[in-house]
Design a protein around this ligand. Sequence first.
Ligand code: PSU
Ligand code: MN
Length: 308
Amino acid sequence: MTTFHIRPGTEVVEALRDGRPVVALESTIVSHGLPRPDNLRVARQIEQTVRDAGAVPATIGMVGGELVVGLDDTELTRLATVDGVAKLSVRDLAVAAATGADGATTVAATSAVAAAVGISVFATGGLGGVHREAAQTFDESADLVTLARTPITVVCAGVKSILDVGATLERLETLGVGVVGYRTRRFPGFYLTDSGFDLDWSVDSPEQVAAVLAAREQHGVHGGGLIVANPLPVDEQLDPALHDRTLAEGLARLGRDGVTGKAVTPFLLAHFHSATEGASLAVNVRIILRNADLAARIAVAAAPRPAA
Ligand code: PSU
Ligand code: MN
């Protein structure tokens, strides 16, 4: 009988054993969220950003059915370049392992796997959420329910405006997922600095986030996730007029082409990247790198022992 253990990379094993800071990274943004060939370059840049801030990167994904925490460069290259990499949410992990698949983990799956091996900080670009038309389609990302039951801190730039942002925030409240703005009381809108929605809480420093994590653990009352929403500075956001135009077009195409289910997010992202001639890609990359840096600084502040 085959065994199906999670395999942490050597560096991740050592860092966790020694209580040094580790940051989990997802692979769906690499395989499905960013266009080739930029995706591989960006995946490496994200890891380097985490290192530069003093933490060990652990990109999570599935290679030939093996669930890996801390993909090496060969494995990362494979998920970034081969065709047919599956998009894996939590429910897909066991089936993909049993069938020997290559797969990239979403925010939901990455969070669940990271927490299972004892990693408490995770950086991504944007969360999944409630889709527009969800009242008819019931399309709500498993990212939300997973964060409700997973003790992980996710640094992100909010959710994309391709989603219903207000409904997503309501669901996060219902599900008991903490949401704090990083130096802001407005929920970021991914490509845009401000989604137009208020937040109840704001934190000022990585140390303050580490204090939130310590309080949560010591109270032992709240076992779910915490979202640290990190907005782009206004002068780095996508031009709002271009954003609104592209979004309207993308949503129209979605209906016309009959795209549904888990294909919706990758379809809209690809539309943004091509319709803005790379402008949204540059912004997307900037968002991820800023989040990787902040997540690493949070992991450093929260680590039992400093980086070696
Ligand atoms: N948001 C982005 N880029 C992405 C994703 C979300 O800005 O690539 C990916 C993440 O992996 C997220 C997933 O977990 O899409 C959500 O997909 P779905 O809506 O099918 O749950
Ligand atoms: Mn969905």
